[in-house]
Write a protein that binds this ligand. Structure first.
Ligand code: NAD
Ligand code: TDX
Length: 332
């Protein structure tokens, strides 16, 4: 593949993938990104100009999407509205970008017969009980809880239908919670790190015992590239790195890093419909495509992420007050 279109390539995970492709392949990358509040355009600075082109535009507009798709060999689709809490306040943009945007891209991929990889989330499967020995597999029934996860589930179903009905050469990946540099400070880990830097207490929703299965964003990128290069058309692959932690354990690790007491936590109003636990069984990806995560030690990856936020305050500081004002208005 010589030319790849990466939608949402100026976001947290998409920008990591762009760096990964530049480092590990010879392909040229075109990024299509609307540059919403969540984008991290700075993360693309310094990439070679002859390898990466940024196009600012909306994936839900066919006249923007079609010529770009026509000009590449493959589309890797990351662009989305991505924050559950925002989807509970205003679901409209989630339906437009995640559902209509994916539909628009699929129509272009169908028309021009292009390879398509759809990046999705484990949240489409709903949640598990804390004591359930099961983990999500590719066969787990869809059962999304929030407007965000329902919109991602809808987009997955569109991709499956376009494969079956129209023969679009598509694959899907459903990944667990990502952490690493450049994640917007509205999200759990960066919010808590920056709260502690500001001398405040981390905020835990509900009882703090909800479990997320953490994976470093670099491992997500290597998995997506493996699927793009070697995945079977029409198949879904779950991506995870065996990183189950409850939210309390994560904030305690952050507090320890800063030499603060592990009790300095504020328990705040729970998220409506809050999923209890996510857990990924990624054997299919590992066995069939030979993928392995490189950041197996979550604590080491978390320390590096904390150091990154401490060193890159100029990037997140301008957004901090507005993010916290919005949470405060919801009692969170
Ligand atoms: P993000 O919010 O950091 O980035 C999303 C990017 O998409 C931003 O750059 C934004 O400007 C762009 N975008 C939004 N609407 C657009 C539109 N209409 N047209 C063009 N660009 C638009 O999100 P992220 O955390 O990097 O997630 C990327 C993808 O990975 C999403 O599809 C998400 O569902 C999926 N995913 C995320 C996680 C996670 O833990 N963050 C886990 C699994 C899957
Ligand atoms: O301040 C907080 N306190 C808190 O306890 C925030 C912001 C979150 N939480 C909890 C809610 C979740 O149990 O932390 C956990 C993680 O929350 P988020 O960072 O909002 O992530 P989550 O809702 O799990 O979804 C993430 O992973 C799957 C991404 O945002 C999605 O895009 C991805 O699909």
């Amino acid at each position: 593949m010589d030319r790849i279109l990466v939608t949402g390539g100026a976001g947290f995970i998409g920008s990591n993938f762009v760096h990964h492709v530049v480092a590990h392949t010879d392909a040229h990358v075109t990024v299509l990104d609307k540059l919403t509040y969540a984008s991290t355009e700075e993360s693309l600075a310094g990439l070679p100009e002859d390898r990466v082109t940024l196009v600012v535009g909306d994936i839900a507009e066919p006249e923007v999407v079609e010529p770009l798709v026509a000009g590449v060999d493959a589309v890797v689709h990351y662009a989305a509205e991505s924050h559950n809490d925002n989807s509970l306040e205003d679901p409209g943009p989630f339906i437009r970008t995640n559902v209509v945007g994916t539909f628009t891209l699929l129509e272009a991929a169908r028309k021009h017969d292009k390879r398509f990889h759809h990046v999705s989330t484990d949240e489409v499967y709903g949640d598990l009980e804390l004591d359930d020995p099961k983990r999500f597999t590719e066969d787990t029934p869809y059962n999304p809880s929030s407007p965000y996860s329902a919109s991602k589930a809808g987009s997955d179903h569109l991709v499956r239908a376009w494969v079956r009905s129209f023969g679009v050469r598509a694959t899907i990946s459903n990944c667990s919670n990502n952490y690493g540099p450049w994640q917007h400070i509205e999200k759990f880990i960066p919010r808590q790190i920056t709260e502690v830097i500001d001398g405040r207490r981390p905020r835990l929703y509900g009882d703090g015992l909800n479990v997320r299965d953490w994976i470093h964003t670099e491992d997500h990128s290597s998995a997506v590239l493996a699927i793009l290069e070697r995945g079977q058309i029409g198949e879904t692959y779950l991506i995870g790195a065996d990183g189950e932690k409850n939210n309390l354990e994560v904030v305690q690790a952050i507090l320890r890093h800063f030499g603060r007491s592990e009790d300095e936590i504020e328990f705040v109003r729970d998220r409506a419909g809050h999923d209890r636990r996510y857990a990924i069984e990624s054997g299919k990806l590992r066995n069939q495509l030979g993928w392995q995560p490189q950041y197996a030690d979550f604590d080491a990856g978390l320390q590096a992420t904390i150091d990154w936020y401490a060193a890159n305050e100029a990037w997140w500081r301008p957004h901090k007050d507005a993010v916290e004002a919005s949470y405060a208005a919801k009692g969170q």
